[in-house]
Design a protein around this ligand. Structure first.
Ligand code: SF4
Length: 62
């Protein structure tokens, strides 16, 4: 199963992905998003989170 990954060098901490897919993404203490549960995206909401990230920091793990 594909897993979403956040590139911390690109993430600006806008929290959009956490709003869209809170089961998968969480804001870390560093103010950046991280993937807390990559397997929670069974409804494919993560694609919406990927599409809505303003800096394209989220991608599917290769
Ligand atoms: S939507 Fe993109 S820039 Fe915003 S918190 Fe998530 S990964 Fe970071």
């Amino acid at each position: 199963m594909a897993k979403p990954v956040v590139d911390p060098d690109l993430c600006t901490g806008c929290e959009s992905c956490v709003d869209i897919c809170p089961e998968v993404f969480e804001m870390g203490d560093d103010g950046l998003s991280w993937v807390k549960n990559p397997n929670a995206c069974n409804n494919c909401d993560c694609q919406e989170a990927i599409d809505n990230c303003p800096v394209e920091a989220i991608s599917w793990e290769a």
